[in-house]
Structures are given as structure tokens and as C-alpha cells.
Write a protein that binds this ligand. Structure first.
Ligand code: GDP
Length: 302
């Protein structure tokens, strides 16, 4: 697993630098605070967290009086960290919570194009490298190349891929994957699901059914929602829809390498009340990192 810190600094520093420059002004007047607000909103921090942060910063800067650059950095770091919420449990739960003799089951959900299949493959690689035996379920039967793409990952990392006929029933592929995983004594089954969002009710029906059918064999241990960090507020809209259908237990924020708008981490956690657990930092097999709140904030204010 790559470390988050080393990979983030290049793109993410923009937010913190912008804020520190503004806060270093001799006079912090209304206009400056509005600029602070704009900077946060532009970085996708979201309206409510932005207002909260600005309020707290104003108060602390007022109490502080004169401010050295180091003091400002410390203050900003503390306030951002509070918003990113370092207290969340960010473990990806791949152990079965059912207690019985069956694999841990992870559903990977999200809109097509967000990086679902890639994330499933990367996660499989991490688990296999960790000594776990993994079965992949190619339940995205609608996107023509999705099953092939997942199988390529499976072959590469040494995980068996269970797939169905193209256009077949995603729920039945998911069911078979868990069944095969159980029969083979696998440790983890990762199910890549379809994410067509053109009709909300269609998604509800399909994803809801996948979950229900999988649960016939035991509980689902983790539901990871994959969101593309470059889509900003759109990602939040998607998150809301998915949260209505399934009980999201963790967020994977992909393509964080392609945006300086790291504020989406704050916005999406706030929106769903669910932690960001993993981040995607590129297209390669090693480009998945556990989300670390402190490392993330350090990269922002460096
Ligand atoms: P799916 O439709 O959600 O399964 O999406 P894919 O897994 O096929 O990914 C869509 C595109 O995004 C592919 O070209 C991936 O290589 C790319 N991608 C996925 N994750 C990341 C990431 O973290 N960073 C970057 N830069 N590209 C990514």
C-alpha cells in the first residue's frame, strides 16, 4: 500500500496555501473572510462545513491577535483536522461479521466511470498481498467490458473471478460469487456491482436486489461507495441516492490525483456520516491508499 502523505502534496497543497495567504493579511476584514469562504467552497468543502470552519477560524484569529505564520498553520491544521474527523473507524472490514464459516463479503457500489472496477481490482491486490484468498464477483453485467476488466485484475493478482452471461442478472452473479467463495473456503469475496444511474428506481431495484440476494447466505460486511473526487457536488448527489438504497459503510474517493479539490473528503463524510476509508491516487495497481486524516490535512497545510 502506498502512503497517502507522499502522494498528495503535489495537488492538494493549493487549498492550504490559499487559506494561509489570506489569513496572513494585516487586516482581516469582511472581504477577506468572504475570500476564505470562497476558497473553501471552490475546494468542494461544502457549505455547512465551510461556514463552521470560517466561524471557528474567525474566533480563534480574534483571540490570537497578532499571528505568526507558524501559529496560523497550526490553527488551520487543527480546525481542518476537526472537520475531517480523525475519530472515524476507517478500517475496511473484510472479516466476516456473521461468525459462521464463510468469507467476508464486500459490495463495491457506485456510478459507472467512477473507478469501481479498478478499485475492486486494487483492493483484491492488497488483500492477496496480505495473504488472503479472494474471489471476485463480476456483477456489473451491463457494461460490456466490465467483467473482462475485472477478470484481468483477478488473473493478475491471483483471485478467481466469478462471472455470468453478459446482460445477465447481477444478483445471481453476486450470489454465485459468495457461494463459490464459501465452497472454496475463501477469506473475502469482493463484488463489483453495476452503476447505471439513468433511472433512480432502476438502480434501487437492482442494487437492493443484489444486496438482498447476497444476504440469503449471510450478512454483507462492508459496502464501499466509490466516488470520483473530480466530480465535486455531483458526487454528493450520487452519494445521497446510493445511501437511500444500501447501507454505505465506507467511501472510496478515486482520482484524488487529478484534483486539488480535496475538500470533497470533508463534504462527503458530513453528508453521509460515513468515513472515507480509501483513496485512489492513479490508475495503477499500487495507486490505492488507506485514508489517513492527519496525513491528508498535513498535505493541505504544508
Ligand atoms: P467503473 O465504470 O466505475 O468500473 O470505472 P473503471 O474502474 O473502469 O474506471 C474508469 C476510469 O477511471 C479508468 O480509466 C480507470 O483507470 C480510471 N481510474 C480509476 N481510479 C482512478 C484513480 O484513482 N485515479 C485516476 N487518475 N484514474 C482512475
Amino acid at each position: 500500500l502506498v502512503r497517502l502523505r507522499a502522494r498528495l502534496s503535489r495537488s492538494q497543497g493549493a487549498l492550504g496555501k490559499g487559506l494561509l495567504t489570506l489569513l496572513s493579511r494585516d487586516r482581516l476584514d469582511e472581504d477577506t473572510w468572504e475570500e476564505v469562504e470562497d476558497t473553501l467552497l471552490t475546494a468542494d468543502v461544502g457549505v455547512a462545513p465551510t461556514q463552521e470552519l470560517v466561524e471557528r477560524l474567525r474566533e480563534r484569529v480574534r483571540v490570537l491577535g497578532t499571528r505568526t505564520p507558524d501559529e496560523l498553520r497550526t490553527l488551520l491544521r487543527e480546525e481542518l483536522l476537526a472537520l475531517v474527523d480523525p475519530t472515524f473507524d476507517r478500517m475496511v472490514h473484510t472479516e466476516t461479521t456473521g461468525g459462521e464459516d464463510r468469507p467476508g463479503v464486500v459490495l463495491v457500489v457506485g456510478v459507472n466511470g467512477t473507478g469501481k472496477t479498478t478499485t475492486t481490482g486494487k483492493l483484491a491486490r492488497v488483500l492477496v498481498a496480505d495473504g488472503k484468498s479472494v474471489v471476485l464477483g463480476a456483477a456489473d453485467t451491463f457494461r460490456a467490458a466490465a467483467a473482462d476488466q475485472l477478470q484481468t485484475w483477478g488473473d493478475r493478482v491471483g483471485a478467481r473471478t466469478v462471472r455470468g452471461p453478459e446482460g445477465g442478472d447481477p444478483a445471481s452473479v453476486a450470489f454465485d460469487a459468495v457461494k463459490e467463495g464459501t465452497a472454496a473456503g475463501a477469506d473475502v469475496v469482493l463484488v463489483d456491482t453495476a452503476g447505471r444511474l439513468h433511472t433512480k428506481s432502476g438502480l434501487m431495484d437492482e442494487l437492493g436486489k443484489v444486496k438482498r440476494v447476497v444476504e440469503k447466505q449471510g450478512p454483507v460486511d462492508e459496502v464501499l461507495l466509490v466516488l470520483d473526487a473530480t466530480t465535486g457536488q455531483n458526487g454528493l448527489v450520487q452519494a445521497r441516492v446510493f445511501a437511500e438504497v444500501v447501507n454505505i459503510t465506507g467511501i472510496v474517493l478515486t482520482k484524488l490525483d487529478g484534483t486539488a479539490k480535496g475538500g470533497i473528503v470533508i463534504a462527503v463524510q458530513r453528508e453521509l456520516g460515513v468515513p472515507v476509508k480509501l483513496v485512489g491516487l492513479g490508475e495503477g495497481a499500487d495507486d490505492l491508499a488507506p485514508f489517513e486524516a492527519e496525513a491528508f490535512v498535513d498535505a493541505l497545510v504544508e
